[in-house]
Design a protein around this ligand. Structure first.
Ligand SMILES: [Zn+2]
Ligand SMILES: [Zn+2]
Length: 131
């Protein structure tokens, strides 16, 4: 499958050519902080299937203590990749970064133990994992 993605300011553009699986909504505290919301929506990709087509120089990576690398656009702050990209074999692409509609949707909520006091998990019938 081939998908195109970009950040909010448009400075970073990328393509994914290969395996892509919409996978999970992550409610961990790191994802809340970096997203400014209830967490992140993620697809699983092979790291080497991602090609940065513009704005490579804008990318910055932050590695939280005890967590995996998260990569964002330094101009607009959009979070683009997680799960150790680009060094890990598989990593996450944030679904809001993908430009056009695609097939499928995440089938689970993860880190539900970190649901915030101001957050309500949707009653959507999806799997829930507390870690
Ligand atoms: Zn940007
Ligand atoms: Zn998370």
């Amino acid at each position: 499958m081939r998908l195109e993605g970009s950040c909010l300011c448009g400075g970073v553009r990328f393509e994914i050519d290969g395996e892509f699986e919409p996978r999970s909504y992550c409610h961990c505290t790191s994802c809340k902080r970096l997203s400014g919301g209830i967490g992140t929506a993620n697809g699983r990709i092979r790291s080497d299937s991602v090609r940065i087509t513009a704005g490579k120089e804008l990318l910055r990576t932050f590695v939280p203590e005890g967590g995996s690398a998260k990569t964002f656009c330094s101009a607009c702050g959009s979070n683009l990749f997680g799960g150790g990209w680009p060094e890990s074999e598989y990593s996450s692409v944030r679904l809001p970064a993908i430009d056009a509609p695609f097939d499928g949707r995440p089938d689970r909520h993860i880190f539900t133990r970190s649901v915030a006091s101001w957050e309500t998990l949707p009653d959507d019938g999806l799997l829930r994992e507390d870690h």
